[in-house]
Structure formats: structure tokens, C-alpha cells
Design a protein around this ligand. Structure first.
Ligand code: TXA
Ligand code: MG
Length: 329
């Protein structure tokens, strides 16, 4: 990680804006966030308004490295302590029971709170200046509701214009949103639940927890990413194998222009082949940037080669399935 780092003056300005109840976009190691003071319901309302997001959707509270979690959560179970020791600062969000004084507005009215300690140095620098490190920054991904998350400052400006203050920073390396684990119902006998897969995989969590986190059930806290039409590019997207692509191409006319994000070579003049990265990490890193670029190139379809079935690909597969689901009715 090197290159762009905001000046001390820009960081001070961003912290002052947050303290005044305004919103500020900032880089994290996953995607850019659109931040506001987590203890100021009016500031949180500004995030919802800017994003065009329903206010029933909870947002993640970002905290500085070493923050006292008992301030934010009414209970910090041993499972949380273990995951924090293993993965914070880093791309993991924990859902815990919310402390009574934390505004319900950050949790979309639920009795829980999502907590994340990002590893990105700009996020940490901002968190340590904002309220001298004692505050929390509520921040969803810095995109309009239903769009793919931004991985560059330019993506943020493309969506919000110059009206939103944007801190810049290289090192938005992960490229997809944090893994979310619900630990809020342990006292009801419900073990850890993986609400959203990400760079920290189910297997990595299982190694630390000693149990495989369950997949969400109907009673699990709501996650807006689980709505259809989340993470969606504008161009219709489908995931298929090379044989499925051939079947699709047979239905299209000679003028059709489609993009194929995959590993298998396709010899058809209508197809623009976009080489897919080999590792899940590299694929995730490039995914949203690639979807935004291909969207601007106005293909009739984005065809994506089915990604490997193993756990390392769960995060990428989840985002692609949601993007595809947006066009399946
Ligand atoms: O990597 C990330 O997590 C990025 C960066 C900016 O930190 N943030 C992000 O935020 O992806 P957002 O709002 O786009 O997604 C947050 C997810 C939502 O699906 C939301 O429902 C869930 O976290 N969430 C937040 N607080 C929650 C809570 N108390 N209970 C259940 N789900 C919660
Ligand atoms: Mg989001």
C-alpha cells in the first residue's frame, strides 16, 4: 500500500464535518464508505437520503482499532473476542446486541448493532481523529441504493457529484464488502450465523470459532444485500458455463455485442472476452470496477463464466448471483 494519502488538513476537515453532523466518504480495505456520526440520528438520516436507501436498513458502525466495544454492544461474547483477535482490524463485521444508548437509527430499528474495525490506514486515521477516537462512524457502502459498491474515489464522485466530501486513499484492495457474522442470538441457543460472505471465508471463521457458522434462516437479522437487485449493474448479467454461453449466442442475431468475463476462450466475433483473474482474491479486487466499466460499454448482456464451487469463491459468487438475480424477474 502506498501513494495517495490525504493530508492532515483534509483528515481534520473530514473529522470536523462528521462532528458537525455532515456526511463524508472514505476508503476502507473493502469498498468506500459513506460515513456519518453513528450517535447522531439526523446525520444518519443524511446517509439514507443521499443513498436513496430505506431507513429500515441497518448500517455498520466503524470503530477505531482498540475501541471499547462494551460502549456499543450490551454484550461482547467470547466468540466475538476470538474473531476480533484473529481478524480485526480487517474485513469482518460482527452483529452484537446494541447498547441501549446507541441510536436505533443505525440498526434500522433492530436491537442489534453491526460493528467493524477497518484496516485501511485512511479509515483508521479518520476514526482516531473523529471525536478523538471515541466515536463510531456509521457507514454503508458509498453507492446509491441498488448499485454496485465503489472501489475508487471517482466511483463515489460519479454517483454523488461534488456535493459529498471524499477522502481518497489507495489500498481498497479487497474489492467486495466485509464478511458479516451474527453473534446476537447466542443466548437464545442460535450459534454464529454468516449473514454475508466475504474475503474472510466460512472456513476461516470456523477455524477460530470451532464451529462452522450457519447460513441465514428466516429469523436472522435483515441484511440489505440479501434483497434482489442489490449489487446490480445496468446491463443484464447471467452466470453460465461455456456450453451455456454457446446456447445463448445461438439465440442472438449477428449484430449482438456481448461481454464474456471468464477463463474459457470463445471464438465468436460478437463476444468481447474479458480475462477473469485466476484467484478469488484478485477476482474480488477487480469485480466492481470491471462491472462498472463493462456497464459503460453498453453490451447487450454481460455473461460471466460460473466461478469455482469452493468456499474461497463464496463472496464473489454471492455478489454475482445477486447481480444476476436482479434480471431474473
Ligand atoms: O465492507 C463493508 O462492510 C462496507 C464498508 C464501507 O465498511 N460497508 C457496507 O455497508 O457494505 P452496507 O450498508 O452496504 O452493508 C452493510 C450490511 C447491510 O446488509 C446491513 O443490512 C448489514 O450490514 N447490517 C448492518 N448492521 C446490521 C445489524 N445491526 N443487523 C443486521 N445486519 C446489519
Ligand atoms: Mg452496500
Amino acid at each position: 500500500m502506498s501513494g495517495t494519502m490525504p493530508s492532515a488538513q483534509q483528515l481534520a476537515e473530514a473529522a470536523a464535518l462528521l462532528e458537525a453532523g455532515q456526511i463524508v466518504a472514505f476508503p476502507t480495505e473493502t469498498v468506500y464508505g459513506l460515513g456519518a456520526d453513528a450517535e447522531n440520528p439526523e446525520a444518519i438520516a443524511r446517509i439514507y437520503a443521499a443513498k436513496g436507501r430505506p431507513s429500515s436498513h441497518p448500517v455498520i458502525v466503524h470503530v477505531v482499532d482498540g475501541a471499547d466495544l462494551s460502549y456499543w454492544a450490551s454484550e461482547v461474547p467470547a466468540e466475538a473476542e476470538r474473531l476480533i483477535a484473529a481478524f480485526w482490524p480487517g474485513p469482518l463485521t460482527l452483529i452484537l446486541k446494541r447498547a441501549a444508548h446507541v441510536p436505533a437509527a443505525v440498526a434500522g430499528g433492530q436491537d442489534t448493532v453491526g460493528l467493524r474495525c477497518p484496516s485501511h490506514p485512511v479509515a483508521q486515521a479518520l476514526l482516531s481523529r473523529f471525536r478523538r477516537g471515541r466515536g463510531g462512524i456509521a457507514a454503508p457502502s458509498a453507492n446509491k441504493f441498488g448499485q454496485v459498491s465503489p472501489t475508487t474515489a471517482q466511483h463515489v464522485r460519479d454517483e454523488f457529484g461534488e456535493g459529498v466530501f471524499v477522502l481518497e486513499g489507495d489500498g481498497v484492495d479487497v474489492g467486495i464488502e466485509s464478511t458479516i457474522v451474527d453473534l446476537s442470538r447466542l443466548d437464545q441457543g442460535v450459534g454464529p450465523v454468516l449473514l454475508r460472505p466475504g474475503a474472510i471465508t466460512r472456513e476461516m471463521l470456523a477455524k477460530v470459532l470451532g464451529v462452522m457458522p450457519a447460513l441465514p434462516d428466516a429469523a436472522a437479522p435483515r441484511v440489505s444485500g440479501s434483497l434482489k437487485a442489490h449489487y446490480a449493474p445496468h446491463t443484464p448479467l447471467a452466470m453460465l458455463d461455456a456450453a451455456g454461453l454457446a446456447t445463448q449466442l445461438a439465440t442472438l442475431n449477428a449484430q449482438a455485442r456481448v461481454a464474456w468475463l471468464g477463463w474459457t476462450e470463445v471464438k465468436d466475433p460478437r463476444v468481447t472476452h474479458v480475462a477473469a483473474p485466476a484467484s478469488a482474491e484478485a477476482y474480488a479486487h477487480a469485480l466492481y470496477r470491471t462491472l462498472r466499466r463493462l456497464d459503460r460499454e453498453h453490451y447487450q448482456y454481460l455473461f460471466v463464466e460460473a466461478v469455482p464451487a469452493d468456499g474461497a469463491w463464496d463472496g464473489v459468487r454471492d455478489r454475482l448471483q445477486r447481480a444476476a438475480a436482479a434480471f431474473n424477474g
